[in-house]
Design a protein around this ligand. Structure first.
Ligand SMILES: [Fe+2]
Ligand SMILES: [Fe+2]
Length: 193
């Protein structure tokens, strides 16, 4: 039977991809003259910070990558690359937040920079998610034991960390709903009929 954590990771990747798709769609629209929907752009950045950056990637580093490293060295270079990509994403989000604020304040250079950074971020992230699914997960499935998976499943199943008073999953859900509500119908979400 396939470990539950793999399904959770794939579901999380799907949600992240959908949000990145909407970001790229909005940029295309703005490049061809649509006026910017700042609340939606802001909700998308908030989502990426609160979900993939604060929740999804750290869980991979701490549980999944660590477990594979304990079992084999064959994936060391690949894991180092994936960890580097996680680290690369954080400052890009910081830059995007600043660029969006400047763009909203009428800075034309910041507008272009925001488009470029966001497109670059989406490309990197998509490539990252596919590498995890197509290259890394098959190795993890081969080398990890049932006991390893039990620990990883628990970590991935846990949606909140009440000890620290944060509820990332809940916060991400609310932001995701906000994105859906703000998104124009052609983006493929639209309000439910
Ligand atoms: Fe990742
Ligand atoms: Fe991932």
């Amino acid at each position: 039977m396939r470990p539950e954590a793999i399904q959770i990771i794939k579901d999380e990747h799907l949600a992240i991809s959908a949000v990145l798709y909407s970001l790229r769609y909005l940029i295309k629209q703005m490049r061809s003259g649509s006026s910017p929907n700042f609340p939606l752009l802001k909700a998308i950045l908030d989502y990426i910070v609160s979900y993939p950056d604060r929740w999804h990637h750290p869980k991979e580093d701490k549980y999944l990558f660590a477990a594979v490293k304990r079992r084999t060295h064959e994936a060391d270079a690949l894991i180092a690359k994936l960890e580097r990509e996680h680290q690369l994403g954080y400052p890009m989000m910081e830059a995007l937040k600043k660029q969006l604020t400047a763009f909203q304040n009428g800075d034309a250079t910041a507008r272009e920079q925001f488009f470029e950074t966001a497109e670059h971020y989406a490309e990197l992230e998509w490539a990252h998610l596919s590498t995890e699914e197509d290259v890394f997960i098959p190795i993890a499935e081969r080398v990890l034991t049932t006991e390893d998976w039990a620990e990883i499943n628990t970590a991935f199943r846990e949606n909140d960390n009440p000890l620290f008073g944060i509820k990332p999953k809940e916060e991400a859900e609310a932001l995701y709903q906000k994105i859906l509500a703000l998104a124009p119908a052609p983006m493929g979400f639209g309000p439910a009929a």
